[in-house]
Design a protein around this ligand. Sequence first.
Ligand SMILES: [Fe+2]
Length: 274
Amino acid sequence: MFDLMELGPTIGAEVESIDLAAGLDQAMISKLREALLEYKVLFFRDQHLTPDEHLAFARCFGELEVHPFAQHRNGYPELMQLHHDDTPPVDGQYQENIWHSDVTWRLRPSLGSILRAVEVPPIGGDTLWADMYQAYDDLSPSMRASLEGRTAIHDFLPAFGPGIPPERISAMREQFPLAEHPVVRIHPETGRKLLYVNASFTTRIVDMDLDESRALLAFLTSRAARPEYQVRFRWQPGSIAFWDNRCTQHYAVQDYWPQRRIMERATIVGDTPS
Ligand SMILES: [Fe+2]
């Protein structure tokens, strides 16, 4: 059907001998779903998909969402476009070089994302993913016990606020109220516990002194940065990454400016974390 080559002890596998443009039958979709649950992020090489083929592949795994703040490909609202060129990053920072899972500020953060490389720099611009099950499992028993039943607030404003015209912020807040999610989430399909706070969108732990919350979040969000939990992917044109956004975080390395890097992402709607 297709072959899988593992890329790390707990996270990452490359899917070989598959042609995504040819379309997938039900058996293949089920096998890819199983592989996604096991390896958390799947990589594909040399898949030169059209925008329609990219969307068709993503729709095999669920309904797609539209990102309210990011730009999208012309005529394709469900294809978010990440476009970087010789415009200098502000303070050395893009949105993507902070550890995060996507859109956790939604009440229903996405199930997964399918990211396609359109144009990549000759060197640099890799993306890393971290296994947040493992990050949780490695916490001490007393730390795990102290997080039991805790929730945290997730907010789009720290990351996207600077790009939103001030007069639109209150309307956006109404549309996307602060989201409260468990600090330790149970994956809806595997039943495993995982650490579900991130440096980009999680602003505080509920019912906790603000200083304590800050210190604890700094510790918990830093766990994604441990190389032991990571896989790193070097992009080529036509490469695709499909990640389970519920149990992973990712970080796009910003080491290629002023080269161009253009990526397109289709994002699959997820469920309410519990
Ligand atoms: Fe992201």
